[in-house]
Design a protein around this ligand. Structure first.
Ligand SMILES: [Cu+2]
Length: 310
């Protein structure tokens, strides 16, 4: 693996180049500017991905930007070539066409150069694939079980199980009235029982299903894996930033496929342990209290960050 700071610098450079190329290409559209990508949930007029908060998600975004530069360069090259040929070899400028049918040099070049391009894409692509399947030793194991149409998350080592069901609009209104910040109970994404995991800890996510194929996804984590009945699929994530991260079932699974969201709240380890104890004791009031407190602390931290211009 490339070391952290070098990777960061490469990423920054790639991103700057992509943005530069895009704004040049999009002209007046770019003047409006893409809306800042949401963290943990989509935001209005969002253009890019949701903010990456895990090492895997950072690398996915880097690969996306990197491949985009290659795509952009090839597209511009072909366009320029076509325009030149149209101009240079038009009937007016080139009344007697050449009868050339083969040119060994050019044929070797247009075979070999694309091979180099593919290798340049394949190397970081395979590196990322291996990284996704590297499974660092886990601090916590979460088993996500898809049902038609909601999710259960078990933490076998902690002996707890949490069923999450989507909140309807009136239930969301009640949550907001009870003290939840409105942007943390977004429509069609908020659930009644959020799952908490500790920040900066390696979580192994095992997915399975009790009926049809679902898929467990959190865009900000860069995680997406099929939940197949009778099988366990596995992924891992290590979230670097406290927050609430939403995802949705991503495998067409039936009539309420669009209404089985996933909500993972990433908190300090002490808060997580407190939450585990409350869930274990089946103390629903305490669980709600812990979640609301974490939600309001997160909202306050966001306001503070905004004040510092972060
Ligand atoms: Cu589903």
């Amino acid at each position: 693996m490339v070391n952290g700071s070098l990777r960061e610098r490469m990423r920054a450079r790639v991103r700057a180049a992509v943005l530069g190329a895009l704004s040049a290409g999009l002209g007046s559209l770019a003047a409006v500017g893409p809306a800042a990508a949401g963290t943990g949930q989509p935001s209005p007029k969002q253009m890019g991905f949701q903010t990456a908060v895990t090492p895997v998600a950072h690398d996915i975004h880097w690969l996306h930007d990197y491949v985009n530069i290659i795509i952009f360069a090839i597209t511009v090259f072909v366009l320029v070539l076509m325009l030149y040929v149209m101009w240079r070899f038009s009937e007016k400028r080139n009344p007697v066409p050449s009868r050339t049918t083969h040119n060994t040099t050019i044929e070797v070049l247009w075979t070999v150069l694309p091979v180099f391009v593919l290798v340049a894409i394949a190397i970081p692509s395979f590196k990322l694939l291996f990284f996704q399947y590297s499974y660092p030793p886990p601090d916590l194991v979460v088993k996500a079980i898809g049902h038609a149409w909601n999710w259960t998350h078990e933490m076998p080592d902690k002996g707890i199980s949490v069923d999450s069901v989507i909140l309807r609009d009136n239930e969301r209104a009640e949550e907001i009235k009870a003290g939840m910040p409105a942007d943390q109970v977004p429509r069609n994404l908020a659930v009644d029982n959020e799952v908490l995991v500790p920040v900066n800890k390696v979580v192994h996510l095992l997915a399975t299903s009790t009926d049809v194929i679902h898929a467990w996804t959190i865009p900000s984590f860069g995680s997406k894996l099929d939940a197949v009945p009778g099988r366990i699929t596995a992924s891992w994530f290590k979230v670097e930033k406290e927050g609430i991260y939403f995802g949705q079932c991503s495998e067409l699974c039936g009539k309420d496929h669009a209404f089985m969201p996933i909500a993972i709240r990433v908190v300090k380890e002490a808060v997580f342990e407190e939450w585990v104890a409350a869930v274990k004791a089946r103390d629903k009031r305490k669980v709600k209290e812990i979640v609301r407190k974490a939600a309001n602390e997160l909202a306050a931290a966001k306001v503070a960050d905004a004040g510092r211009g972060k």
